[in-house]
Ligand binder design. Structure first.
Ligand code: AHG
Ligand code: MN
Ligand code: MN
Length: 331
């Protein structure tokens, strides 16, 4: 395969699909790649550095205890995105409200929404974590008076790019700008993301499903029926279950191997646990771009109109056959 860095890939993709593009977008992306390399280095040191491992004394807006790495990852992303010049607004899982880049409020063309560290409860046990990001376009606001939230609360189909980095046995960036999905593996010896997975497509069906089955008793009946069909062998396939508890890592498996990831409404999270803007939307865009599907059980994730920054949604995402079976049951 052609040895190509993520930057070269993005520039080439832009030349092909948006010949008039100014290169601003790839400059933005380089902020994300640089930040995630720094986060990856911190994740790799987690076991040996007391500055990195463990919890802080704070809770985030959602009442979850912040891990030190949540805070570090958030700061790094804010820093490297906030100085790009074309990002007007950033919004993160770790901050109550969006952060406005005052210098670029009037003319910045992009909004970036992110989950700086996904699966953070897995850090202490040396299991994969990730970073998820969603990039939205915004119109310039020459007077600088438009309501910030109207730029942030856009439905997922308006994303112009989305992706994640999984800090796993290797560090990998999976990315789409609406022309398919590509994967880049960080070569630590040269510090560059190199194209390792060209045109990723999700298999039509898989043999694995992923959900937190400890919540089974409080799943709505349709989900119980769905799981029972998957387990029964009636689909003609025998399923295994795989659940890590880091959305990025669980979805990454489904993207490459096929199958379905399920996070239904539960007793403790009656509207689902995962966050629409910086978890479900980017994952849904990647899934669709790879030939899969993503719904909240009934509705296409990318068509949900958000009303609040941290709103949650049930999420089912996976291969076409598994998603068709769910749709049939939900009818
Ligand atoms: P975060 O660490 O960003 O708060 O996300 C955790 C999420 C997600 O990664 C994962 O899919 C889910 O929480 C796991 O939830 P359960 O522990 O309830 O299974
Ligand atoms: Mn998360
Ligand atoms: Mn997180």
């Amino acid at each position: 395969m052609l040895l190509q860095t993520v930057q070269q890939h993005i520039l080439e993709e832009q030349r092909r699909h948006h010949p008039q593009a100014s290169g601003e977008f790839s400059w933005l992306l380089s902020g994300i790649t640089l930040a995630t390399k720094i986060i990856a280095a911190q994740v790799r040191r987690a076991g040996i550095s007391a500055d990195v491992l463990g919890a802080t004394d704070n809770e985030n807006v959602q009442g979850e205890v912040q891990q030190k790495l949540d805070v570090i990852a958030n700061q790094v992303l804010m820093k490297f995105l906030g100085n790009r010049g074309n990002v007007a607004i950033m919004a993160s899982e770790e901050d109550d409200d969006p952060v406005v880049v005052e210098r670029d409020r009037k003319h910045g063309k992009h909004v970036v929404v992110f989950d700086p560290l996904d699966g953070s409860s897995n850090i202490d046990v040396n299991v994969s974590v990730g970073t998820i990001f969603s990039i939205l376009k915004r119109e310039p606001d020459p007077t600088g008076t438009r309501d910030i939230m109207s730029d942030v609360l856009q439905p997922g189909y308006r994303q112009i790019a989305a992706g994640y980095v999984v800090y796993g046995s290797s560090t990998m960036l999976v990315y789409t700008a609406g022309n398919g999905v590509a994967g880049f593996t960080l070569d630590p010896s040269i510090g560059a993301y190199l194209l390792s997975h060209e045109k990723i497509t999700m298999p039509e069906c898989g043999k694995q499903y992923s959900c937190n089955e400890a919540n089974y008793d409080s799943f709505p009946d349709e989900y119980k029926e769905y799981l029972s069909i998957l387990r029964s062998g009636k689909t003609g396939r025998t399923y295994s279950s795989r659940y890590i508890g880091s959305l990025v890592a669980d979805f990454h498996r489904m993207l490459l191997k096929g199958g379905v990831f399920i996070y239904p409404p539960t007793k403790s999270h009656s509207t689902g646990k995962l966050r629409l803007l910086y978890e479900a939307n980017p994952i849904a865009m990647l899934a669709e771009q790879a030939g899969g599907m993503a719904t909240d059980g009934r509705k296409r994730i990318l068509e949900i109109q958000p009303t609040t920054l941290h709103q949650r949604t049930p999420l089912v995402v996976g291969s076409r056959e598994e998603m068709a079976l769910l749709a049939k049951i939900m009818q």
